[in-house]
Design a protein. Structure first.
Ligand SMILES: *[C@@H]1O[C@H](CO)[C@@H](O)[C@H](O)[C@H]1NC(C)=O
Length: 815
């Protein structure tokens, strides 16, 4: 944990540059896509059955896509057509991955802590191109133990490949061909036949109070779709939205050094559009997130520069969209001029002003105090570590999202959270650690000037230097990546970041392609406090299941259901560290330090065990047992002697967005440097929590569906808790490659198509609705004309929700 880094001081430069860059290229010259470098190594590809499959699938996907593109229609819908398309591009972790590249240091907004750099790895495992490949592989690659199934899947696919040309030879009409493709897809994805929901797209003229709100879905009394709701032409004004309850000793933070400009509030409308659906997975009430208000694009982003030009300090986006009544969001503050804001500096001033409220590491040990009297009345600080990479295409809307994060999480909370950008330097030839000018150039080319003060750099060679020694080959390596590479070990730079930042107790691993419709603080604070309150008993079991209110009813009933399912399964429940052949202890354990809190001691009420103990891991998808799950990366584990299907026991959670405690990251760090253990990025944190008895929680945040799954409740439970004992674990898991498609119509999954569609329409851009015959692109809906039309319902307004992945925002960005 020595700082293995040299520190280069950048701060002053970055702030002064902020202003120079305010022309259109402020948003990065760097738009090149990191996608095209990977060249397949033919010999390797043919030499290994995985690669062979990749090849076959790739060819097959290409053929499909080609057919669709050349003969079919537009492909921008959340539908079948896209499914074919996404075979090529996404990867499971595409999201995670892209994101996993960054680094920043923020030690302070002013310094860039540079970690090391080193030889250039092959491009082969870098980001997106890799994602591409892995996407294919993931789709292709079944789990090794399921050879039979694997072969079947492969055969099916080969058949498809052969069939496709036939279809063409027979000169089917366009429509017949589409129908054939659609029928085939429906066979695999029966949910494609469910009715689309309309309620998301009703606008401000359809607002009703929550007490009068009738969700289009889930709804026991009436089946979707519903006809349009009545309109009200007097839309009431949005109001500043304040989810903060700060203590009296909290000091106000400001955007400027002179402490004159307060960070603005976002605005919400009272009520929700009539017939907006309710979430299908998860809940608002659990987290205390309000669901009786909605946010339009101007209330959400107007305060940060949406809807006015750069001349006035805005970003010049959103001006081509419907905007009636939007001025209300600037009534109190005016349109703020963001042209000279230095966000890193603003965060630091904010933390400094509020230093008295937070726990600080001891100067000698660099450890945060643990004794109750030392902690009295003080809070832990939390870092949001956003993973970015050199070559990421920054846009105005990405900048808005970032301003929202810093304002809502850091400045408005009085420094409880601090946002960092962890920038993955992919070009390992750049002497950024040796030369300030090179480093500054890299920054200028990679990150908008206003965020320079939040950046920490890292590179893969640096990880090889920090975690040296022999890492034996993994049991399986479906992605073919390097063990120190970002795709397989996105956690490594996060571990290092945590070791270099003793001031934080928790770290949110965050990604660039996430968007929050509501306030970030309300969301993360709600999730964090709820997770900390969860009891340890049956926590792993609950966390392995999707919570589906239309099926489970209340959370208490869900809890009971889990208890029953677990009892019937006859499986042992998990509490504390697990034993398995070849398990290796950590130093803390060898020193006899207990891992369970006092509330779990003998003689205490088991129902209170862990209540109030900060969660070591909070995930946003269930934490499933990978054994027999069919999840592609199940056997990508390194350094264990017995990598059989169950030994060591493993857990994983898809999408690497998660809150990790310092304790968990320290455990992961030690396992890597000391035992040379590591696992695929999505599996390592939850598995380490399992092995070492740490508190891991899946937080069922609200997730929406694009279609009305029927029968109500049971259809979703059957598909999403389809694994062992009504969970996401084990055989028939929804995370099996052949079942993951169920997530495509949801608002949260690495390859969700609904998330982007909903987001872009909410931003005011027309989108194809995917409702054409046989699943074709359908018609263009939304956008400025529809939202402005006098008989339309107006501008969209959505409840708070987290969306992923958002791969592009403005239609012009679609590649
Ligand atoms: C409780 O959950 C079970 C599912 O296990 C469900 O069948 C039942 O209807 C639920 N009860 C209530 C009152 O919601």
């Amino acid at each position: 944990m020595e700082r293995t880094t040299s520190r280069l001081s950048f701060s002053s430069r970055s702030s002064s540059r902020a202003s120079e860059h305010r022309n259109h290229d402020l948003l990065l010259p760097c738009t090149e896509k990191p996608t095209e470098k990977r060249r397949p190594r033919i010999r390797a590809m043919l030499g290994h059955c995985i690669y062979r499959k990749v090849l076959i699938w790739t060819v097959a996907s290409l053929v499909l896509v080609a057919v669709i593109l050349f003969r079919g229609k537009d492909v921008s819908m959340p539908d079948v057509v896209q499914y074919g398309k996404s075979k090529l591009s996404p990867s499971h972790e595409a999201a995670g991955d892209d994101n996993s590249n960054g680094d920043d240091d923020g030690e302070s907004g002013h310094a860039i802590v540079v970690m090391v750099q080193d030889d250039a790895e092959e491009d082969s495992e870098q980001g997106v191109e890799q994602d591409v490949e892995q996407g294919v592989e993931q789709d292709v690659e079944q789990d090794g133990e399921q050879d039979v199934e694997e072969v079947e899947v492969q055969e099916q696919f080969e058949e498809q490949v052969e069939e496709t040309p036939n279809v063409e030879q027979q000169e089917l009409s366009e429509e017949e061909r589409q129908k054939a493709v659609f029928d085939e897809q429906v066979e695999k994805m029966p949910w494609l036949l469910f009715k689309h929901l309309d309620g998301y797209f009703h606008g401000l003229k359809a607002l009703v109070q929550k007490s009068h709100h009738i969700p289009e879905y889930p709804n026991r009394n009436r089946e979707a779709p519903f006809p349009p709701p009545p309109l009200n032409y007097h839309v009431s004004k949005p109001r500043p939205y304040d989810p903060y309850t700060l203590p009296h000793n909290a000091r106000t933070c400001y955007l400027d050094r002179g402490n004159t400009v307060r960070p603005p509030a976002i605005y919400a409308y009272d009520g929700v559009p009539q017939h907006m659906p309710d979430p299908v997975l998860g809940s608002y009430a659990l987290f205390g997130i309000r669901d009786d208000v909605c946010f339009d694009r101007f209330g959400r982003y107007g305060p940060y520069g949406l809807g006015y030009t750069k001349v006035y300090g805005g970003l010049g986006v959103g001006m081509d969209t419907e905007n009636s009544g939007s001025q209300a969001v600037w009534a109190e503050t005016g349109q703020l001029d963001y042209n000279n804001v230095d966000w890193g500096d603003a965060q630091e001033r904010c933390s400094a002003a509020n230093k008295h409220r937070f726990l600080e590491p001891d100067e000698e040990t660099e450890e945060l105090p643990t004794a109750p009297d030392e902690r009295e009345g003080k809070k832990d600080r939390i870092a949001i570590v956003v993973r970015c990479y050199q070559g990421f295409g920054w846009t105005e809307l990405a900048v808005l999202n970032f301003r929202a994060m810093v304002t809502e999480l850091s400045l408005k909370s009085g420094g409880e959270y601090t946002v960092h950008l962890l920038l993955h330097v992919r070009d390992t030839n750049l002497p950024i650690w040796a030369d300030d000018v090179t480093a500054q150039r890299l920054l200028d080319a990679s990150i908008p000037a206003e965020f320079h003060g939040m950046v920490t750099l890292w590179s893969e060679p640096q990880m090889r230097l920090l975690y040296p020694g022999h890492f034996p080959a993994a049991a399986q390596n479906p992605s073919g990546g390097d063990v120190h590479g970002v795709y397989r070990s996105a956690h490594m730079p996060l571990q290092v970041f945590a070791m270099q930042h003793p001031e934080y107790e928790h770290f949110w691993n965050w990604e660039m392609d996430l968007r929050s419709v509501g306030n970030y603080y309300e969301l993360l604070h709600g999730i964090g406090s709820w997770a900390d309150k969860q009891p340890r008993s049956l926590l792993w079991e609950r966390s392995a299941r999707y919570y589906i209110p239309a099926y489970h009813g209340s959370w208490d009933n869900f809890t009971e259901t889990v208890q029953m399912d677990t009892m019937h399964s006859g499986e042992k429940t998990i509490l504390g560290p697990v034993a398995f052949a070849g398990r290796k202890p950590l130093r803390d354990e060898q020193r006899g330090q207990p891992v369970l809190p006092e509330s779990c001691a003998f003689g205490q009420d088991p129902a209170l065990c862990g209540v109030g103990e900060a969660a070591d891991l909070i995930t946003l998808n269930p934490i499933f047992d990978t054994k027999d799950s069919g999840w592609v990366f199940t056997d990508d584990l390194t350094g264990y002697h017995e990598p059989t299907s169950s030994d060591p026991p493993r857990r994983s959670s898809i999408v690497t967005v998660a809150r990790l405690s310092r304790r968990l990251l320290a455990a992961m760090h030690e396992e890597v440097w000391r035992h040379h253990h590591t696992m695929f990025s999505e599996m390592f944190p939850s598995t380490m929590a399992l092995h070492h008895g740490l508190k891991a929680v899946y937080a069922p945040h609200p997730v929406y569906f694009d279609r009305a799954w029927q029968p109500l409740g049971s259809a979703v439970d059957d598909a999403f808790n389809s694994g062992d004992d009504h969970s996401t674990s084990g055989r028939h898991s929804v995370f099996d490659m052949s079942n993951e498609h169920n997530h495509k119509g949801t608002s949260w999954y690495y390859h969700s198509e609904f998330a982007g569609l909903l987001w872009r329409r909410w931003l005011g851009y027309a989108q194809m609705d995917g409702r054409g015959q046989h699943g074709s692109a359908g018609t263009e809906r939304g956008g400025v004309f529809e939202e402005s039309s006098s008989d339309g319902s107006g501008r969209m307004c959505l409840r708070s929700m987290l969306l992923h992945p958002i791969k592009y925002e403005r239609p012009s960005e679609q590649s």
